[in-house]
Design a protein around this ligand. Sequence first.
Ligand code: SF4
Ligand code: SF4
Length: 172
Amino acid sequence: MLFTPTVVKNLLKKPATRKYPFEVREPFPKYRGELVIDIDRCIFCSSCERKCPSQCIAVDRDKGTWQCDPYACIYCGYCVDVCPVKCLSMKDVHRKPSTEKTEWIEQGTPPRHKKKETPKDAAPKGTAPVLDKSAAAAEEAAPAATEVAPEAKAEERPAAKDKKKDEKKGKK
Ligand code: SF4
Ligand code: SF4
């Protein structure tokens, strides 16, 4: 008895659902319907792969591939937000239904990193490495390791005096 008004109301109302794909609803603004990538702008940083909560993105920098499983994607849009070059976006369209799972792989060209040159690398083959002149000058200016420190000299002096006194006494 308690549910009678609700039952009567639902009998008189049209269904809340649509017979998609025969009936397609107009997408509303900022609708996240399909993930799109501009692979030519992708720098293969893997930020999208790390942030994806459903782990449906795989980025391979060496092979230059960006892969996504659209059937695992939950269309949260995190990858779009974190992409540093903004090459990911969401299209406001409804994805077409499919009867089979297909792989979505994009092939791009990852940017090459320049190798940092060390002084060793810079020297041409067969030539001796160039010494750092400032280091050599500092070495010259520094006191020799065998030189006796002034404190040590001061300690030595009384002992030397005693020795001379003993020698004089011996002569007498
Ligand atoms: S929209 Fe969300 S679930 Fe889909 S690929 Fe991007 S981060 Fe992953
Ligand atoms: S975050 Fe953007 S630039 Fe980085 S791998 Fe993903 S799609 Fe490419």
